[in-house]
Design a protein around this ligand. Structure first.
Ligand SMILES: Cc1cc2nc3c(=O)[nH]c(=O)nc-3n(C[C@H](O)[C@H](O)[C@H](O)COP(=O)(O)OP(=O)(O)OC[C@H]3O[C@@H](n4cnc5c(N)ncnc54)[C@H](O)[C@@H]3O)c2cc1C
Length: 436
């Protein structure tokens, strides 16, 4: 009997999963699949905490699938090679999945679709991880909005209840709709088989955040000493362990500021889909040849939280220790690197990519470019966040700084790498000279 594979990627859940619901409604029994992509895994260090997170959730899904009367197939290898093998091992009707808008993922999916079509196997991909994707939000002239305000306004005007409705995947996830892996596939790769060791970092449960956090979100989100001052759902939205529609429904009901922040996510994914080259170069072509400083020792000090700017250092130390950083601390640390030190935002973007549990190419690049002032968005290059004023406003009692930089205020604490006024003037001058 022919079966359908449902290929999980950024959607590690069976509940409210658009592509899975479509697969379960299509007729053939469905076998969930996860591929540990050797190309993605190869450059990661053995203690990468994201692998522990992913592995844990894949195993949880396998358990849930088993309980429902089915199973989950997990393989490790290069994606095309894995599909070549699957075509030999299983009689496939179709492969269903959810869309991914990153340039490398689009290339990978195109190659997989081609391979499957050549074997008369269907390939279907669905919108799942955002409310509006690709060119679903356009200006009156039919162009992608490059300014967030305009994007968010149109997004909110065109959204209806139907856009937030849950897909019935959980209800359909029953024995009669499911296939089981062959006996030879019963064993799934362990973390060790994949070349990784367990490294747990705290993540909140994959459930909607507490009502009190959402209610006060607009008052608390900018104060990094408050835990949690924001939803902490970024890792779950990144890996799809929580449905974006579920969190958006809560935000729509309870906090318009939270809704607006979440729309940034759709905005940056839309921008990356339209302008994939901006993953590695400035959105604004005039900003592509800025004379960034080559200062490896200063960059290293920034990475390690030894810049002598306590708000920056607290953030970087929290990032290194926990894989998480509140938004305000991301802004302050990023701005200091690419403005006061005038070090290329791409180096900072890559460092965040290594460390953040919620790392997401579109959000990371989009935000870094927003901070650097190189983006398509209306953040000017001459806006420079002063870490001392930011501390006065957002960490007035030094609670956050004292937590992460205990030696602050003692002779042991690092001397500032750069005088803030000097760094600011230098950045403005280099931006003025380097802009084309
Ligand atoms: C330099 C820099 C780099 C960043 N890199 C990432 C990244 O790699 N991955 C990532 O998910 N977010 C990134 N952000 C955005 C934001 O800081 C995090 O999403 C947020 O801090 C996560 O905490 P939270 O889940 O409590 O967010 P909340 O404030 O509770 O927001 C809820 C959700 O909305 C989305 N969101 C909120 N703010 C933004 C924003 N500015 N841009 C895009 N989406 C947003 C996130 O999915 C978040 O989980 C970055 C921000 C900056 C300034």
């Amino acid at each position: 009997m022919k079966i359908t594979l449902f290929w999980h990627r950024r959607d590690l859940r069976f509940t409210d999963n658009a592509g899975l619901a479509a697969a379960l409604q299509a007729g053939a029994p469905v076998l969930p699949l996860f591929i540990y992509d050797a190309d993605i895994l190869a450059p990661l260090p053995p203690d990468d905490a994201r692998l522990t997170f992913i592995h844990h959730h894949v195993e949880r899904l396998a358990h849930e699938a088993h309980e429902a009367g089915g199973g989950l197939l997990a393989r490790h290898g290069q994606v095309l090679a894995v599909f070549q093998q699957l075509l030999q091992d299983y009689d496939l009707q179709a492969v269903y999945t959810n869309e991914d808008y990153e340039p490398a993922a689009i290339a990978r999916d195109t190659a997989v679709a081609k391979l499957l079509y050549a074997h008369d196997v269907e390939f279907h991909a669905f919108k799942d991880q955002v409310i509006f994707a690709k060119d679903e939000v356009l200006t009156k002239n039919g162009k992608p909005p490059k300014v967030f305000g305009a994007y968010s306004k149109t997004w909110q005007a065109q959204a209806t209840d139907a856009d937030f409705q849950a897909h019935p995947s959980a209800r359909l996830f029953t024995k009669e709709h499911l296939a089981r892996p062959h006996r030879a596939d019963a064993a799934r790769p362990s973390l060790k088989d994949l070349g990784f060791e367990p490294h747990e970092q705290y993540t909140p449960p994959a459930q909607p955040p507490p009502a009190a956090v959402v209610k006060h979100y607009h008052q608390t989100r900018d104060f990094p000493a408050l835990e949690p001052g924001s939803t902490r759902m970024s890792v779950h939205l990144r890996f799809g362990t929580l449905s974006v529609r579920e969190l958006m429904r809560q935000a729509r009901r309870e906090n318009s500021k939270l809704l607006n922040e979440m729309i940034w996510r759709d905005f940056f994914m839309m921008l990356l889909w339209h302008f994939p080259h901006t993953a590695t170069e400035a959105y604004d072509p005039r900003m592509r040849h800025l004379p960034w400083r080559d200062a490896p020792a200063e960059f290293q000090a920034w990475c390690e939280g030894r810049t002598g700017q306590p708000f920056v250092d607290a953030g970087m130390r929290q990032l290194n220790a926990t894989g998480y950083l509140p938004n305000r601390a991301r802004i302050v640390a990023a701005s200091y690197l690419c403005k006061h030190l005038f070090i290329d935002w791409q180096l900072g973007e890559r460092y965040f990519a290594e460390k953040l549990l919620d790392y997401d190419l579109s959000n990371n690049v989009g935000n870094w470019q927003w901070v650097a002032g190189t983006g398509a968005i209306a953040a000017p290059w001459f806006r420079i966040f002063n870490p001392e004023s930011q501390q006065k406003q957002y960490d007035p009692t030094f609670a956050y700084i004292k937590k992460w930089v205990p030696e602050y205020g003692t002779p042991k604490y690092a001397k500032p790498l750069v005088d803030l006024q000097f760094g600011r003037d230098r950045a403005l001058q280099l931006f003025r000279e380097g802009r084309q």
